[in-house]
Write a protein that binds this ligand. Structure first.
Ligand code: SAM
Length: 245
């Protein structure tokens, strides 16, 4: 069996657009990204894009047998490795953009913490919107979301766009210190409290993305009695709400 680094690199060569890195993250970065996993209670922790499992192992270490840990990996070869390596986590082969549905399939409710290993800078704006909408729709109202970015890629348009989206989608976003012991050096975004979006704002946001008018009207009607996520504080959040609160 090839080692983790070799498997990861092989998957990068086959699927560069989803793997987004040539090597797994370091344990230092894993400790930083798993920081919000609570040390007490029985939290539901969701991990997106676990790859070969360096974040998975740290989350499991912090949980110490408590709570639930769902790991969603789109690449079946990586998911197979992870299932064998970290039996304490429930590994699902799937698309993180379907997170609320994946949680429902498992009979799980909203997550206290979502930890992401997804390569945001490799994604289009539309995909970033879908994923952030799914994450916010799957988080508890006071939930925490952490994800990382590479320092050298900070100025890339997709990385800047992601930073703006994150600020539009969460009430609080705090960048952490640079983790130099990672290849390449990276830092973590700590986001909390997904914003709520009124039905009209949701409809407007859907309309801004060029959806048919009927779609926006239908969504406004179907969500009239409730609020759903993500208000646009300045320029308007384009994340699609995927689950009612
Ligand atoms: C940059 S790697 C990070 C892997 C691991 N967390 C680490 O830090 O070493 C990104 C991972 O996200 C996975 N991925 C990409 N898009 C995904 C999606 N839409 N849903 C679930 N996993 C996805 C890739 O297959 C890959 O395992």
């Amino acid at each position: 069996m090839v080692n983790d680094a070799a498997l990861f690199f092989e998957q990068f060569l086959r699927f560069p657009g989803t793997t987004g890195a040539v090597a797994p993250s370091s344990r230092r970065l894993a400790r930083a990204v798993a920081g919000p996993v609570p040390e007490r209670g029985d939290p539901l922790v969701v991990e997106l894009g676990p790859g070969t499992g360096v974040f998975t192992e740290e989350i499991q270490r912090r949980l110490g047998g408590r709570g639930r840990h769902l790991a969603v990996e789109i690449n079946p070869a990586l998911a197979r490795r992870l299932t064998a390596r970290v039996p304490g986590a429930a590994v699902v082969v799937g698309d993180a953009a379907r997170l609320p549905a994946l949680l429902a399939d498992q009979g799980l409710g909203r997550a206290e913490v979502v930890v992401s290993g997804l390569p945001w800078a490799a994604f289009s704006g539309a995909l970033q919107d879908r994923l952030l909408g799914a994450i916010a729709g799957a988080l508890a109202a006071d939930g925490a979301f952490t994800t990382f970015a590479y320092v050298h890629a900070r100025a890339l348009p997709a990385a800047i766009a992601f930073r703006h989206r994150l600020g539009e989608c969460f009430e609080e976003v705090v960048p952490g210190r640079t983790v130099w012991r990672n290849m390449p050096p990276a830092f973590v975004y700590h986001a909390r409290r997904p914003r709520l979006l009124s039905p009209l704002q949701a409809a407007a946001a859907a309309g801004q993305r060029g959806r048919p008018a009927g779609f926006a009207q239908g969504m406004a009607a179907s969500t009239r009695a409730s609020t759903i996520r993500l208000s646009p504080p300045r320029s308007g959040c384009h994340c699609t709400p995927t689950q009612k609160r």
